[in-house]
Design a protein around this ligand. Structure first.
Ligand code: UD1
Ligand code: MG
Length: 428
């Protein structure tokens, strides 16, 4: 499409009250700016981002995800404000869509409506019961006549419920012609982009409002807004999965980050947390379990289990208070209270209650390898590095320090002594 996108992200974001730049605050696992760029890329390849405050930090995050974004630094000292942000930018295409880095809920599909309207400027408008904080939009005969910033509004203007959502589609000539005319004669001593509207109205240019939904055009200015945006994003993510056949018990208690994948008829009970690049295929995740970057196929997890990064479970069953880290379980059962780290465990193996792989000696991490048809008795400690071959048993309470060969039983217990009459003697 013959469209350039410009994303404004140079503001100080003071209302966030944070040392982290506003657009780097995360919702559903990713920085806000990530979502804006992601949606923008569905529209055009020509994406420009304006930065100034903490630009290096923001740039690093953008480069982590994308390599084809044009970064521009605003001359903020001389030209502060949303109008100043557009100074000296050369646009490649004949129309410019302006987005904000603090609007993480925008959807490319909805942005496409802008291109269906023929006007010199199309601007997004939301009707709000409480318009507080936004620029007010005066509309007459379906045309925008004026935008006044809250800080510059009189009593009557403050009552206007139509507000500027901050997204616009401009014809390039309009920006070229009117940007140089904007000045900073206002309460905030800033160059307001919204002043362009006044010049255009004077010259009989056509400015059309596009009424949009608040849930997709919400701007994040504070931590309170951030929490609201998170809620909206979570609702979207979970609705999508449910419509694709995932069962959720009490979805309001479930948290799923945006890069998680869930396939087939998986079931998530209340309190489940799925993070990072986790992949859940045809599995049952029970109450209050947490999966971080794990892959779970045809398996049952929890209640109250934790699967940490680089873990892969297939046809397996892990129960309460079992923690798995960087391990590969293929048709394994570990029902209760275990730590399994840096391990490979093969088919038909049973891990008893309270088994611990001792994978760390204070300096390095070591691997545990357990074969097929192995029975590890409860409360055993497997001191890694260690290999337990197929068809073997480890007796309960064993501290395993040597490899176990095919067919063997390993046992490392003290022989039990029973002392007659001890109780009576002791308590007299
Ligand atoms: C702006 C609009 C207001 C609208 C609101 C919608 C103006 C003058 N006002 O107000 O009408 O209702 O958005 O959310 O445009 N930015 C820069 N450089 C700057 C200043 C800001 O790039 O010098 C960026 C910010 O990082 C942000 C965006 O522009 O992404 C909007 O700035 P912000 O300060 O949030 O403007 P609002 O006061 O919300
Ligand atoms: Mg804002």
């Amino acid at each position: 499409m013959d469209i350039s996108i410009l994303i404004l992200s140079a503001g100080a974001g003071t209302r966030m009250k944070s040392t982290l730049p506003k657009v780097l605050h995360k919702i559903s696992g990713k920085e806000m700016i990530y979502y804006v760029i992601q949606e923008a890329k569905k529209i055009t390849n020509n994406i420009n981002i304006v930065l100034y405050h903490q630009s290096e930090l923001i740039k690093d995050v953008i480069l982590k995800y994308f390599d084809d974004i044009n970064i521009v630094i605003q001359d903020h000292k001389n030209y502060p404000g949303t109008g100043g942000a557009l100074k000296n930018i050369n646009f490649e295409n004949s129309k410019i869509l302006l987005l904000n880095g603090d609007m993480p809920l925008i959807q490319a599909d909805e942005l496409k409506q802008f291109f269906e309207i023929d006007a010199d400027i199309v601007m997004s408008v939301i009707k709000l019961d409480n318009p507080d904080g936004y620029g007010r939009v005066v509309i007459e005969n379906d045309k925008v006549k004026k935008i006044v910033e809250q800080k510059d509004s009189n009593k009557d203007e403050l009552k206007i419920q139509n507000v500027n959502a901050g997204i616009y589609l401009f014809k390039k000539e309009i920006l070229k012609r009117y940007l140089p005319k904007i000045n900073n004669n206002n309460t905030q001593k800033e160059y307001y982009l919204t002043d362009i509207i006044e010049f255009c109205v004077k010259d009989n240019k056509i400015i059309k409002p596009l009424f949009v939904k608040e849930e997709n055009f919400k701007g994040v200015n504070s931590k309170f807004d951030l929490a609201n945006a998170e809620q909206i994003m979570q609702n979207k993510i979970k609705k999508n999965f449910m419509l694709n056949g995932v069962t959720m018990r009490l979805p309001n208690t479930i948290y799923i980050e945006s890069s998680v994948e869930i396939e087939s008829e998986s079931i998530l009970e209340n309190g489940v947390t799925l993070l990072g690049n986790s992949k859940i295929i045809n599995s049952y995740i029970k109450t209050n379990s947490i999966i971080e970057d794990g892959e779970i196929i045809n398996s049952e997890v929890g209640p109250m289990a934790r699967v940490r990064p680089e873990s892969f479970l297939k046809n397996s069953k892990i129960g309460n208070f079992v923690e798995i880290k960087k391990s590969n379980l293929n048709a394994v059962k570990a029902g209760h209270l275990s730590y399994i780290g840096d391990s490979e465990i093969d088919e038909n193996t049973n891990i008893g209650a309270g088994v611990i792989t001792c994978n760390y000696d204070g300096k390095n991490k070591y691997k545990t390898k357990i074969g097929k048809n192995v029975f590890i008795g409860s409360d055993s400690q497997l001191i890694a590095p260690i290999t337990i071959e197929d068809n073997t048993m480890v007796a309960s309470g064993t501290t395993l320090t040597q490899d176990v060969k095919e067919g063997e039983l390993a046992i490392s217990r003290e022989k039990q002594k029973n002392i007659k009459g001890f109780f009576k003697k002791f308590f007299n």
